[in-house]
Design a protein around this ligand. Structure first.
Ligand code: BEZ
Ligand code: FE
Length: 329
């Protein structure tokens, strides 16, 4: 490479006060406007963080060693970086920004690291759990759009832990997928299946993220929940979960995922559900009405929220596909 051909602004004698603008200037050779904007903001906040905290070399080395350990423990089934993003509140923040929900629609929550692509599709009424120790739970749900119309043919991915609070992938000796399934909504937007009553469990805390939580005086528990992921063309991809009311960790979830609209009561089937779904009257029952938002509605809301947020910050940007990039003209 001939350095005289490279259009790099001259940079020398950089100081605490001018390093930021120079790093931004050299990064601005990038011809992807969105990436350039993200990097500009990232460098600005990172440098301000170091200036504000008067970060010592030793502290930054500790930080780098921590990030190295987070990387070293990662495997296909141990996603420590996702955990880190979760316990820092970044996962739920990004989900809320990228998947805004009009009032009355189902809110999203954290995906977590335990979704897999192994689940089998079950017919209506199928059982997703092979755990004999779990309390059998009948789950009956329906899906509507924001106009109240039933949505047929939605692919729903569902996953939960076993009664010991572990996902199937956390058992080294597992024989195949368990505690997970795929369902499709019928003409009336209904899907129903047999599961087990969720239990609270700790997120993996035997690694660097667990040590961080301990140092911060935080517990690693998530309240009892069941995960749902909805996909249908024309609708915004919804990743959510239902949480059981009065769980001991309902208001202290280690990953900040609980929203009031997603908290449910486990009831008893009673005569009507017992007759319709072939269970005993005292069988545990979970019901929920999900409301999906169309792609169009989501795009409009994302764009509106982006404009309002950037206006509030007093930043001159233009919004492309709902995402800000610098306004050049
Ligand atoms: C979960 O609910 O599966 C989960 C979410 C965040 C971190 C760990 C687990
Ligand atoms: Fe979970």
């Amino acid at each position: 490479m001939d350095p005289s051909q490279v259009k790099i602004p001259p940079m020398k004698d950089l100081t605490v006060d001018n390093i930021t603008e120079n790093v931004i200037r050299i990064n601005s050779l990038c011809d992807d406007e969105r990436m350039k904007y993200v990097l500009e903001r990232l460098v600005t906040h990172l440098h301000d963080f170091a200036r504000e905290t008067r970060l010592s070399s030793q502290e930054w080395m500790t930080g780098l060693k921590f990030l190295t350990e987070v990387g070293q423990i990662c495997t296909e089934v141990r996603q420590e970086y996702i955990l880190l993003s979760d316990v820092l509140g970044l996962s739920i923040l990004v989900d809320s920004i990228d998947h805004p929900k009009p009032s009355g629609s189902t809110e999203g929550t954290v995906l977590g690291p335990f979704h897999t692509h192994e689940a089998e599709e079950l017919p209506a009424g199928g059982s997703m759990s092979k755990d004999p120790a779990g309390e059998p739970l009948l789950v009956v749900c329906n899906i509507r759009d924001t106009n109240g119309k039933p949505v047929e043919g939605v692919k729903i991915d569902i996953w939960e832990t076993d009664s010991s609070g572990h996902y199937d992938v956390q058992h080294a000796d597992r024989e195949g997928p368990d505690g997970r399934c795929i369902m499709r909504s019928d003409k009336e937007g209904i899907f129903w299946f047999q599961a087990i009553t969720p239990v609270p469990y700790p997120i993996p805390h035997d690694g660097p993220v667990g040590r961080l939580l301990k140092k911060l005086g935080r517990h690693p528990y998530r309240p009892s929940h069941m995960h749902f992921m909805f996909e249908k063309e024309g609708f915004d991809h919804l990743i959510t979960a239902l949480y059981l009311r009065n769980d001991p960790f309902e208001t202290s979830d280690a990953v900040f995922g609980v929203k009031d609209s997603l908290v449910v009561d486990i009831k008893r089937a009673g005569p009507e559900y017992a007759a319709k779904y072939g269970v005993s009257e005292d069988h545990a029952l979970l019901t929920y009405d999900f409301v999906l938002v169309s792609d169009v509605e989501t795009r409009e809301l994302r764009e509106k929220n982006s404009k309002a947020a950037l206006d509030k910050l007093g930043r001159k940007v233009k919004i492309v596909n709902g995402l800000p990039i610098p306004e050049l003209d």
